[in-house]
Design a binder for this molecule. Structure first.
Ligand SMILES: C[S@@+](CC[C@H](N)C(=O)[O-])C[C@H]1O[C@@H](n2cnc3c(N)ncnc32)[C@H](O)[C@@H]1O
Length: 320
């Protein structure tokens, strides 16, 4: 297990995912490669893993295993890669993956690398981009977004009470001087930080900004859609989430086929028109031994969807 990242709910997720030792699996969030290594250990020579990570730092954890293909890109493109690789790598992919795993959020390495700006614990540029320098950084958002948009981000992605007050503190501070570093941001909101739980508050504030910087909800929605289309019948989608908004999206998607949870009935058969069905009645959570030794695991929730043989009506219509 690397110091890069300790995989969360490793046994539970891999046992739910791997049903065929010669199957083809996707690990959408390679990180330190802990989950990928565990999948590979359950596969024989005929098995394969296609892994993704948008962070080039993760590529340094590449495992020396011919059964692994590591892709440096956003997991939202999983369906495009499945289609392309069915021609260039393994024709079995035209039937889809046997299972797809996503362990969402950021790695310990990303949090603990000061200059990436993900953590309030270090003095560093306010960056927070997972894709190493691509896209808009957190400093730009904090200095340019309208106050009401900042409020929305803090309230929606951080579930922070008093989001409006924090947004207005930031708007006042940036009039004095631009907020460029984590220290600048911590100072700008210092009067709102509760003395009883300062770290919890700052963690939520930084989480909210990080989600916006990396457009995590948009990527997740696209991913869920692409993943459902990319599974073969009976294939499993296993997702580990770390906050309630993303868990709700995953739960809704597995039940109804869309992240809002709107139930659409098949006009002919009258059943819920969704590509997946839940394997577990409710989300699984880590065992006590794990949360005691890995604080990051505390908020983890694992959900599993199984691809139905019929697929949604929309997909069937597209295929006609
Ligand atoms: C929680 S870590 C995964 C850790 C991994 N399961 C392990 O065992 O080490 C999440 C990883 O997913 C990557 N990631 C997050 N969102 C992504 C996305 N939309 N596309 C591709 N990679 C993503 C992050 O860069 C990070 O390395």
């Amino acid at each position: 297990m690397s110091s890069y990242h300790t995989p969360v709910m490793l046994d539970e997720s891999i046992s739910a995912l791997v049903t065929n030792p010669q199957g083809i699996y996707a690990d959408a969030t390679f990180g330190g490669g802990g989950h990928t290594a565990a999948i590979l250990s359950r596969l024989n020579d005929g098995g394969r893993v296609i892994a993704f990570d948008r962070d080039s730092d993760a590529l340094g954890n590449r495992l020396d295993d011919p059964r692994l293909t590591l892709i440096h890109n956003n997991f939202r493109f999983i369906e495009n890669y499945r289609a392309a690789l069915s021609g260039s790598l393994d024709s079995r992919l035209s039937d889809g993956f046997d299972g797809i795993l996503a362990d969402l959020g950021v790695s310990s390495h990303q949090f603990d690398t000061a200059e990436r700006g993900f953590s309030f614990r270090f003095d560093a540029p306010l960056d927070m981009r997972m894709d190493n320098g691509h896209g808009t950084d957190a400093a730009t958002l904090v200095n340019t977004l309208e106050e009401k948009d900042l409020e929305k981000i803090f309230s929606l992605y951080g579930e922070i009470p008093g989001a409006r007050r924090i947004a207005s503190m930031i708007a006042a501070a940036r009039k004095q001087k631009p907020i460029l570093t984590t220290t600048d941001l911590n100072e700008a909101v210092s009067r709102a930080v509760p003395a009883a739980a300062p770290h919890k508050f700052l963690a939520k504030l930084y989480q909210a900004l990080r989600i916006e910087v990396n457009q995590e909800m948009r990527s997740l929605e696209k991913f869920l859609d692409g993943a459902a289309r990319s599974l073969k019948a009976g294939g499993r989608l296993v997702v580990i989430t770390y906050h309630s908004l993303e868990d709700r999206m995953v739960k809704n998607f597995i039940r109804t086929g869309n992240v809002d949870g709107t139930v659409e009935k098949d006009p002919v058969f009258g059943r819920v028109d969704t590509p997946l069905e839940p394997l577990l009645k409710k989300a699984a959570t880590p065992r006590e031994e794990e949360t005691a030794s890995n604080t990051r695991a505390r908020s983890a929730k694992l959900r599993v969807g199984v691809k139905l043989p019929h697929g949604p009506a929309k997909e069937r219509e597209d295929a006609r």
